[in-house]
Structures are given as C-alpha cells and as structure tokens.
Design a protein around this ligand. Structure first.
Ligand SMILES: Nc1ncnc2c1ncn2[C@@H]1O[C@H](COP(=O)(O)OP(=O)(O)OP(=O)(O)O)[C@@H](O)[C@H]1O
Length: 348
C-alpha cells in the first residue's frame, strides 16, 4: 500500500549567533546551515496494518508524515501510496486518506458536528446513499446520536474526539493518520476510541499512529517504527523490539528477608516499594527465570511474585537516549543495558 524509498528532506536554516557581534554580522551576511530532518528512509506498509511511528522530539516524525500525506515534497527519494505520488496527485490522494489530530480540531466551533459532517460530504463528493450508510454505522459505533447535534463548543473533549473520528472517516479513507488521538481523554473515552480504531482496522483500514503514549502503542500497534535523527532505527513488532534489547522481564517480588542493593549479574533493582518488596529487572539471557526463582527463594524466601514483560517505556528510553544512529548500529546489543555496573556477586 505504501512504498517509501530513500526518502530525504532537508531544510535550510539561517544561523544568527549568540553574541551581539555575531548577531550584527548576521545582518549583513547570514550563515546558512542544512538540517537533514529525514535522512534516506525506506519502508513498506501493507493494507490493513496498524503501525506506530515513534521517536523523540525533533526526530523527523512530522516531516515524514507531512510527506506521506502530501503536504510537503521530499528533497529526494520517492513515495508511492495506493499507486499515487502524494504531493503530485493531491486531489485524488486526499480522497483516500484521513487524519485525526488530538491537539487540533477539524470541526467548526460554533456549528454542530452533524453540519460539519455534511460539509465534508460536499467537499469529498460522497453520494447521498453512501453518506447515510457510513454516518449511521459510525454514529452507532461511536455512540454520538444526540451529541453530534450540539454546537461543538459545548462538547466535552471525549465527545468531540468521537466526532473528530467521524469527520475523518466519513469519506471512507483507506489510510488514516492518527496524531496523539487520545491525548487528554479519560480511561473510558480512550477505550472507546481504541475499540473504534480496532474495529476499523479489522475492516482493512490502514492506520499510522504517532504518539508519545506508549500504553497506546502496546494496546494498538503490531508494528513499531522508531525514527531518530531522521533515520529509521527500528522497524519491528513490539515483542521483537523488546528482544532486540535483550530478553528482560520485570519481576515484582515480596520476600521474607530484605533484598540487598548488590545483586548478581542479570539482576537490577528498578524500585524499592517497601523494605521487603522490590521491583527487579531480570535479564533472562544472563540469569534464566527458573534458576532466578529457586536461588532467590533460597536466599530471601519468596512470599509473592508477579512477572511481566519489560515495560515498553524502558525499551524506548534506551533507544531514544542513543546519541546518534551510527553508535546505535555499532553498539553490541547487550551493551545497551548496563546491568549493574560491575558490582556483582553470585547467589551460589
Ligand atoms: N520548516 C522547517 N524548517 C527548518 N527546520 C525544520 C522545519 N521542520 C522541521 N525542522 C527540523 O527538522 C527536524 C525534525 O523535525 P520534526 O518536526 O519532523 O520532528 P518530530 O519528530 O515531529 O518532533 P516532535 O515530536 O517534537 O513533533 C527538527 O530538527 C526540526 O527543527
């Protein structure tokens, strides 16, 4: 559905300098600098995928998404999306895509969403029958019956976001860009929106999700692409991403005896909850779970225990904190996590 080949976008910025002398000089001759916001990235996305496109601030996400949605043309490289070149065949292309921004509204403040929906019908030229069918389906899925007839300014954030989704989906796009779609919503409202995204995704709508909410990524996305310094540093499933950085687990454990600070290789205390309760990171490549449990039980007496996957936050923190892509690529995978700065002792 989407083919991206060696996509690059550079911006030229003027440097002003910091001192009075440098600022004065820049009034006569302004030194220019090239910023490579997106640096030769390539990937494919198939129809019906739900891909999380992640990265720290300034990584190049917005620039990539602007090129994918056709509002920005690349400096070099190519995008083919549903057979079209987004920035060249814009009219045809916008009929096939939709977008929801958690921080921007596509509705009109003073008129009810139902009127804004009708306006979109006219803009996209949706035939009457198709419009009615789609609207009925979306209204039922998102439960916005009466809500959509109130002026937008009177709606709560959760109600408005449900209407934003209708606005984006009325022309039945095949590809939808989601930018922080549940930001600021309460748990129930988030769940409603996520269920809606899942049900549309089951109908083969492709979603590209950008968010800093990693719980959202865990709950929705199968595939995760991470961009940093303009380059794609990870394109994998969530479980693959975790494995890349070692096979680690989080273990919350209640013991009879207090757990000391110094622990054997493969174990790291993440949090001391109470004197006899800790959260540990267990690197199962160094210390597999079975010997960990039996040795820990022998030494400290296990009273209660919960084992979970390493939170995705911990994985992302490691990726984001890498100074640049080259060093990430060159670093041996195990070195990305410093287990316990050499202060180790054996349980044996
Ligand atoms: N119009 C522009 N002119 C100059 N530089 C730009 C422009 N747009 C983006 N950049 C630069 O390109 C880089 C990537 O920016 P981009 O907005 O794509 O990052 P992002 O990953 O979306 O970040 P955020 O999560 O903060 O929105 C940054 O260094 C940014 O300053």
């Amino acid at each position: 559905m989407i083919e991206v080949k060696e996509l690059t976008r550079t911006f030229t910025i003027y440097e002003r300098g910091h001192t009075l002398r440098e600022v004065a000089k820049s009034l006569i001759r302004r030194p220019m600098k090239e910023v490579r916001a997106v640096d030769s990235i390539s990937f494919n996305i198939s129809q019906g995928e739900l891909v999380a496109f992640l990265g720290p601030n300034g990584a190049g996400k917005s620039t990539t998404l602007k090129m994918l949605s056709g509002v920005l043309h690349p400096s070099s490289g190519d995008i083919r999306c549903m057979g079209l070149v987004p920035w060249k065949q814009r009219r045809e292309y916008v009929r096939k895509i939709g977008a929801v921004f958690g921080q921007k509204s596509q509705l009109l403040w003073d008129i009810p969403p139902s009127d804004a929906f009708y306006m979109n019908k006219a803009i996209y030229g949706v035939p009457d029958k198709e419009y009615k069918e789609t609207l009925d389906e979306l209204v039922e899925l998102l439960q916005v019956g009466d809500i959509m007839r109130k002026p937008t300014r009177q709606l709560s954030l959760g109600e408005r976001m449900r209407c934003e989704f209708i606005m984006a989906m009325l022309h039945r796009p095949d590809l939808v860009f989601l930018d922080e779609p549940t930001i600021g919503l309460d748990m129930i409202a988030k769940e409603n929106i996520r269920n809606f995204i899942r049900s549309m995704n089951r109908k083969k709508v492709t979603f590209i999700l950008t968010t800093h909410d990693l719980e959202e990524v865990e709950l929705l996305a199968e595939r995760v692409m991470v961009i940093n310094h303009g380059r794609i540093i990870v394109d994998d499933t969530l479980s693959g991403l975790r494995k890349r950085l070692g096979d680690k687990k989080t273990v919350r454990i209640v013991t009879e005896l207090p757990v000391p600070d110094e622990l054997p290789a493969g174990l790291r205390i993440m949090e001391r909850i109470r004197p006899f309760e800790v959260e540990l990171e267990v690197d199962t490549e160094i210390l597999p779970l079975r010997p960990f449990i039996s040795q820990f039980n022998e030494q400290f007496g296990i009273l209660d225990m919960a084992i979970e996957e390493l939170p995705i936050e911990a994985v992302m923190k490691e990726l984001y904190s890498e100074p640049d892509v080259q060093s990430y690529a060159a670093a041996p995978v195990q070195n990305l996590f410093q287990v316990n700065n050499g202060k180790t002792r054996s349980l044996d």
